[in-house]
Design a protein around this ligand. Structure first.
Ligand SMILES: [Zn+2]
Ligand SMILES: [Zn+2]
Length: 266
């Protein structure tokens, strides 16, 4: 990225952060001076106390309903019940119970997720988390969760990206659902190869032993939501779920902004 482009993005990020701070005083004179803007298209919002994304962007980021496989979150034909899994996951013994997602990893949603992972993408991550809550909040509440655990990036990758979308996403979900976010209990103990260069079978092998639990006790009977931006084969989430189940967790679900499949796998 050129230094000029970087400065532009830095300035946009600072402005977006400022707008987020000002969101708390939207009804004050300060809020009138700096009206909140859509976190994706930057258009001035019609309802200052409402969502962080305008109506148009919410529509563009995907349909309200996402008929999907209950096990792996892959898109399913409307009305098709899939209690035992779809062709993508039928023979994969996942350790998690289900995948809750906004939609498929494509189009506008894919572009927004990629932007959220760039430097200063946190306000967009918060806005996408808010959209996920507004559309899937009831489903998440029905799982009677008691904590949220973000899937961590390796520190080296975090340093390069200068942002941590999944952490910000997890705080937004924790805030909305009234659940504690346990941001440091799951640790990456080695930097894995980028999953995108591997075959699905190799991805499961690549992440084996990639995590450790910083807190071993206190998981018995727990109901945990693992949070990440995108799920592809589910290998990473599965490894994290395996650890939590081994430590005694009763249920582990995966919450992601998008589910990648087919040509769109990253
Ligand atoms: Zn917008
Ligand atoms: Zn499936």
């Amino acid at each position: 990225m050129s230094s000029r482009a970087w400065i532009g993005r830095w300035r946009a990020g600072i402005l977006a952060e400022l707008r987020q701070m000002l969101a708390v005083c939207r009804t004050t004179a300060l809020g009138l001076l700096f009206p909140p803007r859509c976190a994706w298209c930057d258009r001035e919002l019609d309802h200052p106390a409402g969502p962080l994304l305008c109506d148009g962007c919410q529509e563009a980021l995907g349909p309200r309903q996402w008929p999907s496989c209950r096990r792996c979150g892959a898109e399913a034909a409307p009305g098709l019940p899939l209690p035992d899994g779809c062709p993508l996951c039928l023979h994969t013994p996942f350790q998690f119970e289900t995948v809750v997602t906004l939609g498929g990893y494509r189009g506008e949603l894919r572009r927004a997720i990629l932007a959220m992972k760039r430097p200063f993408g946190e306000p967009l991550a918060a806005a996408l988390g808010q959209l996920l809550l507004s559309r899937r909040g009831n489903e998440l509440n029905a799982w009677k969760l008691d904590s949220i655990v973000p899937i961590p990036m390796h520190w080296r990758r975090r340093l390069v990206r200068k942002t941590n979308g999944p952490d910000r996403l997890a705080s937004e979900l924790g805030c909305g659902l009234g659940l504690p976010v346990l941001a440091r209990v799951l640790r990456r103990c080695r930097n894995t190869l980028p999953q995108k260069n591997l075959l699905p079978r190799e991805r499961f092998r690549n992440v084996r032993g990639a995590f450790r639990l910083a807190r071993r006790g206190g998981w018995t009977g727990r109901r945990v939501a693992l949070v990440d931006d995108v799920m592809t084969t589910g290998a990473t989430a599965n490894e994290a779920a395996r650890l939590l189940k081994q430590a005694g967790a009763d249920a582990v679900i995966v919450v992601v902004l998008a589910r990648a499949e087919g040509e769109d796998r990253r």
